[in-house]
Design a protein around this ligand. Structure first.
Ligand code: GCV
Length: 650
């Protein structure tokens, strides 16, 4: 039995299902496992074609939006002791069922609710290797693979699929984007095994995709090229894709890390795969990996932040319809704070996905508590025009929406689960998986309300304990930012592992991950006037806002500018004093989190108590290292002491 996460505490009364098909079977199986509550409410789940079997059919029909519910939407109506959930088909009904499960015990009065997901593709990518290890995984091994094969027992996979469906996820990619040609071929040769996994996910309305390397045919016989314009390569892929769809007909598509393309351009490569997938309705997720491989710390004009835009904007409009460009939310690499990738506002004619990391590679690796809901909500609500005005919907071509959530065609995140008994290593990191799914469905959701929802569903506890837990967790992303990387300075992490401080660890690397601290100042000059010109990739007024050191938001100052330590921030403090203050404050906040947690810890199961306590203790030690190493580093460079005389080691 696995940790049920947020599906452990809910109860429902008797529910009748007026629907048929595979997903209706799944709902019936779910209902058989659900704990019963004695209640006189009569609940029905009903497809619209049979809604007249429900006494509330008129209310349901009156509630239907003019443009319909879509395949995933649903409507819930309650009048007195009658409650009906209606949807066009099995998918909407499944999401309606989980909605009911989530909220039933909180539903009292009459109400009508219509729910439709804001973003059509809501996907989790897994960086799981066929060997069973997980790249950037902090929760044990893969739940899909072991020793080069798909696991025999898929019970855990089914439990995962159910967790994902309950938060509205409808797609997963099961293997690492860093995939070798040999692994790609292995996957496409062991198709019955892949199809076994796909069948489990299909029970929960989730489409499986495979990561492949574009260069898979390179080593095959006389195919000494991966050129997408070489017909033999295209034929190889068509044949492989045909076999894959024979074995797993509802596959979502293929994911490609587009680091290098043999042949002319990314568009040629992506379109070649897209054409192989098109007959089956499949999609190519083409990851715009943001590295151009030309970084050199000696040359400040090359800038990794520019790479994705420089490569892909000239190709906008040249991709086939079933290509989705998968764009990391920031132009670098999932730092604790980054500017928004300008691609998310500037792609006009190409479908794209915004990519987030639920796995906490740079945000504490599920050792440190770091609830990412507030960060993702900021990303999704970011106004890509910078104008603050509602979008002009009048007659133009291309995308006219404004926020990232409005513009994006898909949302993808790297999953944080593994075969750890609690799935996520840190028990409280389950909240990140939950919040991702819920925000993907509704990007306007309030992250703190989501925490309440998650905590209420996860732990049997009184309201005061829940409020205290939520309050400990709610601001933990900002706390993490304070002790690690305030002002948008990134990459002071230990190279390769990316946990803990190493201020100069990447300073001379070829990855384009610098901070350029010297005795006078710190930060990366990305301005048009004197730096790499990255600010020029944004439209006005964003470009000018970031270009000007006095209008650039404090939290991104060192991302866009190299400034002196005595530069005064909009918050009135100097950069150096802010560096000192935030490290002390971040550490103190972790100490307070630990103290507050210890005061409520005995209200939780021993396994949770021990898990969270030991991780918060480790987090405190980590925050102490960050505080001391970074403060000492800047004190040694600048020679300027802390204005408040706190301890900075010499
Ligand atoms: C899967 C970062 C990570 C890599 C990861 C890469 C990517 O650089 O450190 O582990 O590779 O992102 O997004 O592909």
């Amino acid at each position: 039995m696995f940790d049920p996460c947020w599906l452990g505490t809910q109860r429902l009364p008797e529910v009748t299902v007026h629907a048929s098909g595979a997903l209706a079977q799944t709902i019936r199986a779910e209902l058989r496992q659900t704990r019963r509550i004695r209640n006189d409410v009569e609940v029905a789940l009903c497809v619209l074609s049979r809604v007249r079997e429900s006494p509330l059919w008129q209310e349901v029909e009156a509630a239907l939006p003019v443009d319909g519910l879509g395949t995933e939407g649903f409507v819930v109506v309650r009048r007195g002791n009658q409650l009906v959930v209606a949807a066009e088909g099995g998918r909407g009904l499944l999401y309606g069922y989980f909605y009911l499960l989530r909220y039933f015990e909180w539903m009292s009065a009459d109400f009508t609710v219509v729910e439709r997901p804001a973003i059509p593709i809501r996907m989790l990518d897994h960086w799981d290797n066929l060997s069973g290890s997980v790249e950037r995984g902090y929760s044990g091994g893969s739940i899909f693979f072991r020793d080069g094969r798909v696991v025999q027992d898929v019970t855990r996979v089914r439990a995962y699929a159910r967790l994902l469906a309950s938060i509205g996820i409808n797609a997963v990619a099961i293997n690492n984007v860093n995939v070798q040609a040999a692994e790609t071929r292995l996957l496409t040769e062991h198709l019955p095994e892949v199809s076994r996994l796909a069948a489990v996910f299909r029970e929960y309305g989730i489409a499986v995709s495979l990561s492949v390397t574009f260069a898979a045919p390179v080593e095959l016989g006389d195919l000494d090229t991966g050129d997408p314009l070489d017909e033999r390569v295209a034929r190889w892929w068509s044949a492989v894709v045909g076999r894959v769809y024979d074995a797993a007909p509802e596959l979502g598509g293929l994911v490609v890390k587009a680091e290098q393309v043999y042949g002319r351009s990314h568009a040629d490569g992506a379109n070649m795969l897209a054409r192989a997938l098109a007959p089956y309705g499949g999609t190519v997720f083409w990851r715009c990996f943001g590295s151009d491989g030309r970084q050199d710390w000696r040359d400040r004009r090359t800038d990794r932040a520019r790479a994705a835009y420089d490569h892909f904007i000239p190709l906008d409009g040249r991709f086939d319809e079933n290509v989705v460009l998968q764009v990391k939310h920031g132009p670098l690499d999932f730092q604790v704070r980054e500017a928004m990738s300008p691609l998310l506002g500037e792609l006009q004619e190409t479908a794209f996905a915004v990519e987030l990391q639920v796995t906490q590679e740079y945000t504490g690796q599920q050792k440190d508590l770091c609830y990412l809901g507030p960060w993702w909500r900021e990303i999704l609500q970011f106004d890509t025009t910078g104008s603050g005005r509602p979008p002009d919907r009048g007659g133009g071509v291309g995308k006219v929406s404004r926020t990232v959530a409005e513009r994006t065609d898909a949302i993808v995140a790297i999953s944080n689960v593994g075969d750890d008994p609690n799935w996520t290593g840190h028990k409280l990191a389950q909240s990140n998986l939950y919040a991702f799914g819920r925000l993907a469905w509704d990007p306007t959701a309030d992250p703190v309300s989501l925490l309440h929802e998650w905590a209420a569903a996860t732990f049997a506890m009184d309201d005061r304990t829940r409020s205290e837990l939520v309050s400990i967790m709610a601001d933990s992303w900002r706390t993490y930012e304070r002790y690690t990387a305030p002002l948008g300075v990134g990459f002071m992490v230990t190279p390769e592992t990316h946990y803990g401080p190493n201020v100069d660890g990447y300073e001379y690397s070829a990855r384009g991950t610098y901070h350029f601290a010297d005795r006078y100042g710190v930060g990366v000059d990305r301005t048009v006037a004197t730096g790499s010109g990255f600010t020029g990739q944004y439209p006005e007024p964003l470009a000018s806002r970031y270009e000007n050191v006095y209008t650039c938001p404090d939290e991104l100052l060192l991302f866009f500018h190299h400034v002196g330590y005595d530069h005064v921030l909009q918050n009135g403090r100097t950069v150096l004093q802010h560096i000192y203050d935030t490290r002390f404050q971040g550490y103190d906040e972790v100490q307070t989190m630990l103290t507050r947690w210890k005061a409520i810890a005995d209200r939780f199961e021993p396994v949770t108590r021990e898990n969270v306590t030991s991780r918060l203790e480790a987090q405190l030690a980590n925050a102490g290292e960050w505080r001391d190493q970074v403060n000492t580093y800047f004190y040694r460079l600048s020679g300027i002491p802390d204005a408040d005389g706190r301890t900075i080691y010499r």
